[in-house]
Design a protein around this ligand. Structure first.
Ligand SMILES: Cc1ncc(COP(=O)(O)O)c(C=O)c1O
Length: 399
């Protein structure tokens, strides 16, 4: 079908929850994608931090093919071999003892919030139900996760939201201390706030949060939906801060592109979920778990990709810092951790996204004025050089 007609039908048949670019992507390999009209793009969006191994990694493709021939879906009424294997891998590589699988980041956070309330109310018989989240956070679009999200613009028209959730400034331990009450059951935070513009906390912030939780019998939930699975150069972002949470959520990079989410917890906390207390029809089905196992295996093989992510992250940031020196009137700040990098502008960044797209590079603009780069973790210096050249051309045109 010709592109114009496809786009017309897209507008006609799909709900308008996205302002889509007039681009139909048809094929991807590694960091490259191609549109229906055959144009090639370097993809620095990576499905919004999801395609950690790039597009259509051959090992992931084969594992999906093999699993599809064997068994695609069965109910969680039965034990599912790929699900067990994936849970074992996650537990062996994290603080956690138990895993619950679902289908998205929002669902993983929803599960985490439910678990933290149930842990105190039902399991320990304590009246603790309040959850403290951060201003400018993003946790998803379901009612509970939308309530937890600390940005009013996403909440318009959805009142009344869930009771028992409050917000405090991110990276401010005093604000958290002041918000704690006898009823607080959990503090829910992103290690790095991604959606609101790649906001990185001070190095000691999470140590202080951990201590605050321990001292006050409060659970720490880390939303690693965006930062987990290698994105920040460590398997999980909290490793950069030298702490562990009680509950952690994952999605995005976990399946390397297939829809899967996970909520991980210590045995102590996980014990609050009993048969019938939570569930998901598709959660952890054989097909997505097979894809996630292979993605995980490739990610941690020899530590090569994580190492590459750290090196490329540094290289990338340096390139952007150079651009900041060249265009100080346009770029206000460069910040990042691993390959989650933000470049804040003094102006709206949408025109830059469009100009880069016209030149064959896909980038993302978030929070209005922050260019957010989340390429596959296999990105090379050559790819970054190419992007930097294009950014320079575009910035030149703006100055
Ligand atoms: C930190 C964080 N949490 C949760 C979500 C929601 O994930 P999903 O869109 O898979 O529901 C996102 C999505 O961008 C995210 O970045």
């Amino acid at each position: 079908m010709e592109i114009k007609k496809l786009i017309e039908e897209s507008e006609h048949y799909l709900m308008h929850t996205y302002n889509r670019f007039p681009l139909v992507l048809k094929k991807g390999r590694g960091i490259k994608v191609w549109s229906s009209d055959g144009k090639e793009y370097l993809d620095f969006v990576g499905g919004v931090a999801t395609n950690i191994l790039g597009h259509c990694h051959p090992k992931v493709v084969v594992s999906i093919q093999k699993q599809a021939q064997r068994l695609i879906h069965v109910s969680n009424y039965y034990h599912i071999e790929p699900q067990i294997r994936l849970a074992k891998m996650l537990v062996e590589h994290s603080f956690a003892d138990k895993v619950f699988f679902c289908n998205s980041g929002a669902e993983a956070n929803e599960a985490a919030m439910k678990l933290s309330r149930r842990y105190f109310k039902e399991h320990l018989g304590q009246n603790k139900f309040e959850i403290i989240a951060a201003v400018n956070s993003f946790h998803g679009r379901t009612f509970a996760t939308l309530t937890a999200t600390g940005q009013d613009k996403f909440k318009i028209g959805f009142d009344p939201l869930l009771p028992g959730i409050t917000h405090v400034a991110f990276n401010n331990i005093e604000a958290l201390k002041n918000a704690l009450t006898q009823e607080t059951c959990a503090i829910l935070l992103e290690p790095v706030q991604g959606e609101s513009g790649v906001r990185i906390p001070d190095t000691d912030y999470f140590k202080q949060v951990r201590k605050l939780c321990d001292d006050n019998n409060v659970l720490l939930i880390l939303d690693e939906v965006q930062t987990g699975m290698g994105r920040t150069g460590r398997l999980f972002a909290h490793e950069n801060f030298g702490i562990t949470p009680d509950i952690m959520t994952l999605a995005k990079g976990l399946g390397g592109g297939v829809p899967i989410g996970a909520m991980l917890a210590t045995d102590k906390v996980a014990a609050a979920f009993q048969p019938g207390t939570h569930g998901s029809t598709f959660g952890g089905n054989p097909l997505v778990c097979a894809a996630a196992i292979t993605t995980f295996e490739v990610l941690i093989e020899d530590g090569f990709i994580l190492d590459q992510c750290r090196r490329m992250g540094k290289y990338f940031k340096k390139k952007l810092e150079d651009l900041k020196k060249e265009f100080p009137e346009i770029i206000s700040e460069v910040r990042g951790m691993g390959l989650l990098i933000g470049m804040e502008l003094f102006r709206d960044c949408a025109p830059m996204v469009k100009a880069c797209m016209d030149r064959g590079v896909l980038i993302n603009c978030t929070a209005g004025n922050v260019l957010r780069f989340m390429p596959p973790l296999i990105v090379t210096e050559k790819d970054i050089d190419h992007l930097a050249d294009i950014l320079e051309q575009v910035l030149d045109g703006l100055s």
